[in-house]
Design a protein around this ligand. Sequence first.
Ligand code: GKR
Ligand code: MG
Length: 429
Amino acid sequence: MNLTVTDVRLTPILVADPPLLNTQGVHQPYTPRLIIEVVTADGTTGVGETYGDTKYLELARPLAERLTGRRVDDLNGLSALADEVAVDDSRVSGQVDVGGLRGVQTADKLRLSVVSGFEVACLDALGKCLGLPVHALLGGKVRDSVEYSAYLFYKWAGHPEGVPAEQDDWGAALDPAGIVEQARRLTERHGFTSFKLKGGVFPPDQEIAAVRALAAAFPGHPLRLDPNGAWSVATSLKVAEEIGDLLEYLEDPALGTPAMAEVAAATDVPLATNMCVTTFAEIREAFTRGAVQVVLSDHHYWGGLRSTQQLAAVCRTFGVGVSMHSNTHLGISLAAMTHVAATVPGLHHACDSHYPWQSEDVLTERLTFTGGRITVPDGPGLGVELDRDRLRPLHRRWLDDDGRLRERDDAAAMRVAEPGWRTPAVPRW
Ligand code: GKR
Ligand code: MG
């Protein structure tokens, strides 16, 4: 067996995305993703997936060159390699990111987001070489299936520019009845039993009404509401008071650790985050101030599957819960999330996934939810196979784009419908 990397292929793609609304704007008709293939001297190919905007691609290219000649099992060497690559400072603002709503943007986080795609590809290749599933390389699964929640979004019936040609069949969801209908369809199709509503889109009273409607339609089922930090402390507390008894947790009601700590101090409703704790450096302040009760990990920006396990161990030490955040992603990332989630003891909340919203994938076979769960693959590597015939047209779409859609920008997408739209100042309400 020869584990030396002889080739790394990077394929940026644009993936069809429905007009899902969030506090910054709306999803573009296409979202950029990057597919990473790592080939060993034996001819084994491992696949990984991460964010595909230009700033990630610019970092992935020199990292791909450096990886050639190294071994796929040298995972500790990967981050060191990434550190050798300079990050263009204009690419990271230090502020909360545009479009993605994933917390602070720093050079380190950008590096980790790229490294994670390579780590997953290396683990996939290593698992295939050894005949072992990725979860075994991570220490072994502690569960046979991983639970996901139905991710509900306010949405338009179609994108304002009338593309993509592949319009989704979900229709609009802009009020409580629309959200309940969406939840029913997601449940019928995938068997989900817990629900997360992306909020921060309408004034809080409307979102409170939607949660109440969900609670009436699905009595006793876990519900979450996530306005991505759009509310003031006072508004967060008002919402907690009104519907706290219906919620499993409130996700990022207010922006940043100080505001979250203030909310947490005044309510018993657990607070979850994928915005104020998104790096190891942010843990100390948030945990010592009791600002969050659940951290939603994301292997992409935490630096990979092994970093996610480390985060879970830190959370366990502090008695903080852990689950998984999601952003628009395809099946490779869903498989990676499922493998790592299978190895994390004490994962007590259903993970988030945008996957049901993605009509396209680059796999020979889509992953399927049964009873809202994904069975943990036991075949070698990630247990998924890249389909070149599906990958090619999505890459062609990226090549043909004039550059506008290659950067995810939900505010820019919103301006197509509302020319005066600016990313709202926070707190919005
Ligand atoms: O897809 O619009 C979206 C979400 O708002 C996403 O950008 C967030 O990162 O899903 C995420 C979240 O939980 O905050
Ligand atoms: Mg969130």
